[in-house]
Write a protein that binds this ligand. Structure first.
Ligand code: NZQ
Ligand code: ZN
Length: 385
């Protein structure tokens, strides 16, 4: 296991009907900007519950943060924060609203060239201060509620950013607030969380037993309860496990001290930017082909994945790996996700354009070994056709 530091200060408030506790978690005299998306939280009553939890505090609303949040929209919220002297941000929504709120928290303390906050990739964004923020999660998927990352769309490209300044102070995880999700959004969330674990787990053995076993536990839980949640709205017990899996998949704990490989995400972000396919879905399309292509590099961990996650104990190593990847793909299909690019009207010519865009973004040497070059990306996408 490699050396690591681990720090995560986000307070999690898990369970049903707890939004009245917002009152205890936000300073009494705070002027609060409540941020949300295209209106689901208004339609389904979550916003009213949040406002009632905020008591007598002065509250301003900012709606309209789109999926894959747009820089220009977020900058409008930054203007409001500055003009109204807001001192606490409350994100009510999924990953897009939470990520957008993190960006606003940083941008509010930057005078100009706010886009530079997006240009540092996974290195800390160039900021020294951020407004405090909290989250009310309505879509379990990204883990944004307990991490320092965000992804913002700027000039039609998706830019990840990272800053320790934007750890949420708290996040409410109430499975009941997710009951209004359309099943395909549940499926996207299950796939996203599953692949967050895979990208931290499926690299090379490092004798990191805790990280491996936590990862395998999350993957098994998503397999058991992800499809149940997708199919059965009434199963709150399964939904609770799904929700905590999604948070646990990307709150840093399973990624400490191990090698990671975020190739699937990097390719997926480009697919969302170009073809507007939802984030989790892009990952489920790419991952099976990527694993088949990269199995030599990941052999030992793929065998471990086959044995411990899918309980495959018969056959040669190669057979175990092949079955494990097939089972992973079938799992995505059971969630209603079609894993062929042609289904999304993507053909070879669009793949060339996608690869070109990745080159422009400097994404030319991906994976844990840095040798997943663009010709291999092309090959992976062709085999996903
Ligand atoms: O906008 P509204 O009307 O609220 O509708 C949303 C949106 O259309 C809807 N929705 C959310 N909660 C709902 C609901 N509809 C009914 N009932 C509810 N309870 O769901 C739609 C999608 O929401 P979005 O927030 O875009 O989805 P998700 O949570 O999957 O977030 C995706 C974004 O997160 C980024 C992605 O790149 C993408 O931009 N990611 C962020 C990460 C992070 N911060 O760590 C890591 C991830 O890998 C990911 O890249
Ligand atoms: Zn993701």
């Amino acid at each position: 296991m490699q050396n690591f530091n681990y720090y995560n200060p986000t307070e999690i408030v898990f369970g049903q009907n707890r939004l009245n506790e917002l009152d205890k978690l936000i300073p009494e005299n705070a002027k609060v900007l409540v941020l949300f998306g295209g209106g689901s939280v208004k339609r389904f009553g979550t916003l009213d519950k949040v406002k009632s939890g905020l008591g007598a505090r002065e509250v301003i609303e900012f709606g309209g943060i789109e999926p894959n949040p747009q820089f220009d929209t977020l900058m409008k919220a930054v203007e409001i924060v500055r003009r109204e002297k807001v001192d606490f941000l409350l994100a009510v929504g999924g990953g897009s609203v939470m990520d957008g709120t993190k960006f606003i928290a940083l941008a509010a303390h930057v005078e100009s060239e706010h886009e530079k906050l997006l240009m540092a990739g996974f290195e800390p964004a160039p900021a020294i201060k951020a407004l405090p923020l909290g989250c009310v999660v309505t879509l379990p998927a990204t883990g944004s509620e307990m991490n320092t990352f965000g992804v913002i769309t700027y000039n039609n490209q998706k830019y990840p950013f990272n800053s320790p300044l934007v750890f949420p102070k708290f996040s409410f995880l109430d499975p009941e607030l997710t009951l209004t999700l359309p099943p395909e959004q549940v499926a996207n969330g299950v796939a996203d969380a599953f692949i967050h674990v895979i990208e931290q787990y499926l690299t090379k053995p490092e004798n990191a037993k805790i990280q491996d076993r936590f990862s395998e536990g999350i993957l098994k839980t998503l397999i058991e309860d992800g499809v149940v949640t997708y199919l059965d709205k009434t199963n709150i017990a399964a939904r609770k496990n799904f929700m905590w899996s999604a948070t646990s998949a990307l709150n840093g704990l399973i990624g400490v001290g191990v090698t990671q490989d975020w190739s699937t995400h990097m390719i997926g972000h480009e697919m969302t930017a170009m073809f507007d396919i939802a984030h989790g879905r892009t990952l489920a399309i790419i991952l099976p082909s990527l694993l088949r292509e990269r199995q030599i590099h990941k052999k030992a961990k793929l065998i471990q994945f086959a044995e411990r996650v899918w309980d495959i104990n018969d056959g040669t190593d190669e057979e175990k790996i092949a079955v494990a990847i097939d089972k992973t793909e079938s799992f995505f299909n059971e969630l209603g996700i079609v894993t062929n690019l042609t289904h999304y009207n993507i053909d070879e010519s669009s793949i060339d354009e996608l690869v070109d865009n990745m080159k422009k973004m400097g994404l030319t040497h991906l994976s844990e070994t840095g040798d997943l070059t663009l010709d291999i990306v092309r090959k992976i996408l062709i085999s996903a056709l």
